[in-house]
Write a protein that binds this ligand. Structure first.
Ligand code: NAD
Length: 373
């Protein structure tokens, strides 16, 4: 069976869905791997490295896809896929896109829908990418900040430590806390899920937040934050507003699954910050946590606050992000692998498969992808 690895076509997408390391493993599983020429270049993986790992280098997407039974991608591919192929990617599909995959006879799996259960941890693309994004957010925040993170006592005087506030303490936020602490920042963080408070404290950061009866039940069964009431968000904003005025770097990571990111930093809060402060908004892909974030841009407000609203944060460390993403896909395929047939076998009743499978055998099977009735 042939596996096609495509060059990503979405603007600004630097990652690739297979690395020479995973290609070698696929070849070992008895697969033929075709890599579109230049697919790994933006991540630092050159064609010859894939060839050495056992792949064939295809001149273009059509050549890579010819006869492919498995297609590996980061984002939804634009090329026409072979009928019957299994597509793995972060497809971000809606009901219409799922219907198109079904009509094209493609079995599409959207890896960002993977359930956050222990058994799926090593295939969890959201976690692997969010962890790197949280790290990178702090590095870029430190780069944009005109002062230092650690307290420095020098003969010329003392440089105070930076006050760093992390909003949202999920996978990205916890890594942001750890990174900011390693750089010497004085770190605080907030979240709405009750479990996050202990995690924040265990990393040596201070918890800042509003808690009430509503926030005690702020977590869904899947581990995500729930959408909370307007009253709760108003109370949270009061606590945050007083704190944010004293912060030098604010890292925003808060998300609510399937919705626009909550607005946690208002224009008035930005105005209260000191000139030279930095807001890094890695929720920008989902609209941003800061009201003044311009997705894809860095803006400087009239009072001198820099807001970094870049999108695709994992793509800002493409080699590491591709390496982890590629391993996530390899683990998924190895887990659902029929050794005798040398082909994937996705059991319909498996919780992981049920979580990611959008289409199967020409039909839309995912409950979230059914057309509105
Ligand atoms: P996410 O990216 O959906 O959200 C980021 C964080 O923002 C979350 O911690 C969320 O609680 C927080 N948030 C939402 N609204 C907020 C608000 N108004 N103010 C402050 N913070 C707010 O989350 P994630 O990083 O994908 O993690 C989701 C959950 O999944 C977590 O509970 C995590 O521990 C869990 N998880 C479990 C596994 C596993 O295998 N068991 C793996 C990865 C993640």
């Amino acid at each position: 069976m042939r596996v096609a690895v495509l060059k990503e076509t979405r603007s600004g997408e630097t990652r690739v869905a297979a690395t020479p390391e995973t290609v070698k493993k696929y070849v070992g599983m008895g697969l033929d791997v075709a890599v579109e020429s230049g697919a790994g270049l933006a991540s630092g993986f050159i064609d010859s490295a894939y060839a050495e790992a056992g792949a064939t280098i295809a001149a273009d997407a059509a050549a890579a896809l010819a006869g492919a039974g498995i297609v590996l991608a980061v984002r939804a591919p634009e090329a026409e896929l072979p009928r019957g192929a299994l597509l793995l990617g972060t497809l971000g599909a809606d009901a219409a896109a799922a219907a198109a995959y079904a009509a094209a006879g493609v079995d599409a799996c959207s890896m960002e829908l993977l359930p956050r259960i222990t058994r799926a941890q090593s295939m969890d693309v959201l976690s692997s990418q969010a962890n790197l994004a949280g790290y990178r957010a702090v590095i870029e925040g430190a780069g944009a900040y005109d002062r230092g993170f650690p307290m420095m006592m020098t003969a010329a005087g003392t440089v105070p430590a930076a006050n760093v506030f992390v909003m949202g303490a999920g996978v990205a936020g916890l890594q942001a806390i750890a990174t900011a602490r390693r750089l010497g920042g004085r770190v605080s963080a907030t979240d709405v899920r009750p479990a996050a408070k202990e995690e924040i404290k265990s990393l040596g950061a201070t918890f800042v937040g509003y808690e009430d009866e509503e926030s005690k039940a702020a977590q869904t069964a899947g581990g995500y934050a729930k959408q909370l009431s307007a009253e709760f968000y108003a109370k949270q904003a009061e606590v945050v507003a007083a704190h944010i005025a004293k912060q030098d770097v604010v890292v925003c990571t808060a998300l609510v699954q399937g919705r626009r990111a909550p607005t946690l930093v208002t224009a008035a809060m930005v105005e209260s910050m000191k000139p030279g402060s930095v807001i890094v908004d890695i929720a920008a892909d989902a609209g941003g946590n800061c009201a003044l974030t311009q997705p894809g841009e860095m803006v400087v407000t009239p009072n001198g606050v820099k807001i970094l609203g870049f999108t695709n944060w994992p793509g800002r460390l493409p080699a590491a992000a591709s390496a982890l993403y590629a391993r996530n896909l390899l683990t998924f395929l190895s887990t659902f692998w029929d050794k005798d047939a040398k082909a994937p076998k996705l059991p319909e009743d498996d919780d992981i498969v049920k979580g990611v499978a959008l289409t199967r055998g020409g039909a839309v099977v995912h409950p979230l992808m059914q057309p509105a009735s």
